[in-house]
Ligand binder design. Structure first.
Ligand code: HEM
Length: 566
């Protein structure tokens, strides 16, 4: 009998321990959704949003706008996040209190599967610092200016592709995310290894071989009366996309899921193909540098690989290993293509819906760019000072696109945030909605600012580095908001954090901005984005780490043809 009682007590103790171990964590005092499930927390609420075509980003935004500038969501027994949407507090945490934070293990867990030892996944420390210093030379204005022709060439290939598609589609629209991803991959490959994979030129080749308008399944009309082009990418591009798709975005156990992915022969095949390519490139670069000195190598390097190899020679024993260089180059492709192409996809949608902004941008570029540039603008031609309205369009696109729906940090120690005690090991989420809305509900908000005089009066406001957007205008695409009265671009006109802030902010920001300037200038000068049917013009999101538009139909018409038809 006593044994039964002891068994029962021990069973009860196990249940209680299990319950405390696995029940969703709730930080006292930090607002949260009421009536969370005893085990799944707010996961059921999230599921409802996903079922209604919403995204995880929508859930973050809704939580912040309903619960306040600091709130928590409980994603079942395994994940818990504190969401911060007070702009001043975000800046303070990311810029000044960053020693208490690090890249979140949720982010590293996801990307470690394909990039176990790259900038993106390293925890902040000596190795990360050394990497960031070494890679930093690839983001200087001098280097970017040198490698810019790779971007210009890829943008011009895209213009040729769209002209060809336009000829074949007889006024129909087509989905364009793949075109953009291919073009940015060509640009990034050129910058990374001085040799583009010619993905877009290979599409043009395939289209040029078509004789009729609906030939052999390459060109078809889709369910929504759009034109569909079935084009084959070169092998290296296909393998890269295959590897990127293996990032276990939807899995609650990324390492576990990836363990099984790694057993697939097709995965191993594509990884080997890319690894062989990178090893070959590295071998060639090393051979080349042996014929010269590292000083000369650093001076003439016009791609990231040559730069890293020359830097390695300069550093001797401290140099990055071959594995490190290959990881960083693969990361260049991963972080540098889909982010920029998705931002451009959003830009196409914003242009389609804002004809007057397209016309204004074209007028601005025609007026400001040197007459003889003949579409081959140089680095200074596209600087914010030379073409401020272009810069305003780029920043407005980033603000509204929210390509990264947010970014995460883990706390390395107990902290006080907005008056709440946040435990060590908590994941903090910083949604990029901060650029579109002041997310807090009315009673948590800073005092409403009806007039400009009241804007800089309080202490809180005096410390603020950036201005405010006019109340209620956050969701309107309006590049003018970034311009001063005399037409100059003002980067601190209002809140917007597409690349995050502080020491773990986006490493590729300068390159991304240059890519966007070049692509947007080339595409705007070449095409008018004509209206599309309402059922192709939705703004729903698909969150896949990057926040994609679910649909990206376009109907670009060369300006000459459009002007003739007006
Ligand atoms: C429009 C384009 C882009 C956007 C919106 C974007 C956004 C971001 C964001 C939000 C982060 C996380 C920052 C954080 O956690 O605080 C990040 C990190 C990073 N990005 Fe980008 N990015 C873009 C383009 C690029 C490009 C072109 C490259 C490189 C070729 C790049 C390389 C990286 C790297 C290496 C990191 C990790 C940095 C570190 O932890 O040290 N990104 N990016």
């Amino acid at each position: 009998m006593t044994a039964y009682i002891l068994y029962a007590i021990s069973f009860l103790i196990h249940i209680i321990i299990w319950w405390y171990r696995f029940k969703p964590i709730t930080l006292p005092g930090v607002p949260h959704w009421p009536n969370g499930h005893f085990l799944w927390g707010d996961l059921l609420r999230l599921r409802k949003i996903l079922q209604n075509n919403g995204s995880f980003t929508d859930f973050l935004d809704l939580s912040a706008s309903t619960l306040g500038p600091i709130c928590q969501i409980r994603l079942g027994p395994l994940a818990h996040m504190v969401i911060i949407t007070d702009y001043m507090e975000m800046e303070s945490l990311l810029l000044r209190r960053h020693q208490s934070l690090d890249r979140s293990s949720q982010t590293t867990g996801l990307f470690k599967t394909i990039l176990p030892r790259a900038l993106l996944t390293l925890k902040t420390g000596q190795v990360w610092r050394h990497r960031r210093r070494a890679m930093g030379s690839a983001m200087t204005p001098r280097f970017l200016a040198l490698t810019m022709p790779n971007i210009t060439g890829s943008a011009q290939d895209l213009v040729r592709l769209w002209k060809k598609k336009n000829d074949l589609s007889r006024g129909r629209s087509w989905q364009t995310e793949k075109d953009l991803e291919s073009a940015t991959m060509d640009a990034i490959c050129g910058m990374a290894f001085d040799k583009s994979w010619d993905v877009v030129p290979s599409y043009i080749d395939q289209l040029e071989r078509i004789n009729t308008h609906t030939d052999g399944g390459t060109v078809e009309i889709g369910d929504r009366d759009e034109m569909m082009f079935r084009l084959e990418a070169p092998d290296l591009a296909k393998s890269t996309w295959y590897i990127f798709k293996a990032v276990p975005v939807q899995s609650p156990f990324p390492a576990f899921t990836h363990f099984f992915t790694r057993l697939k022969p097709s995965y191993l095949y594509h990884v080997k193909r890319i690894d062989d390519f990178l090893s070959g490139k590295l071998y060639e670069a090393r051979k080349c540098i042996l014929t010269t000195s590292h000083e000369v190598g650093l001076e003439v390097a016009d791609n990231a690989l040559d730069l890293l190899v020359a830097k390695g020679m300069q550093e001797g024993d401290e140099a990055m290993s071959d594995d490190g260089i290959k990881q960083e180059l693969l990361q260049y492709l991963l972080a540098g293509t889909e982010t920029s192409s998705t931002t451009l996809a959003w830009w196409c949608k914003f242009m389609t819906n804002n004809p007057s902004i397209q016309t204004k941008l074209r007028g601005h570029l025609l007026e400001r760019l040197p007459e003889n540039s003949d579409m081959n603008m140089n680095f200074d031609d596209l600087s914010p000072a030379s073409v401020p309205y272009l810069e305003a369009v780029v920043h407005e696109t980033l603000r509204m696109a929210r390509t990264a729906g947010g970014f995460l940090r883990d706390t390395k120690e107990d902290m006080m945030i907005l008056g709440h005690h946040i435990l060590k090991g908590t994941t903090l989420a910083f949604p990029t909605s901060i650029g579109c809305e002041e997310c807090s509900p009315v009673d948590h908000k800073r005092p409403k600012l009806p007039s400009t005089e009241s804007r800089h009066t309080t202490d809180h406001d005096q410390k603020r580095r950036v201005g405010y957007w006019d109340y209620g205008t956050g969701n309107i695409f309006d590049p003018e908001r970034w311009l001063t009265e005399d037409g100059r671009f003002n980067p601190t006109a209002g809140p917007s954090l597409p690349f995050s802030l502080g020491q773990r902010r986006c490493f590729g920001k300068n390159l991304a901005l240059l890519e966007l300037r070049v692509f947007i200038a080339q595409l705007n000068l070449s095409f008018f984005f004509a209206p599309i049917p309402a059922d192709q013009n939705r703004f729903d999101r698909l969150d896949n780490v990057i926040s994609h538009p679910k649909d990206c139909f376009i109907r670009p018409i060369p300006w000459a043809r459009r002007d003739a038809s007006c």
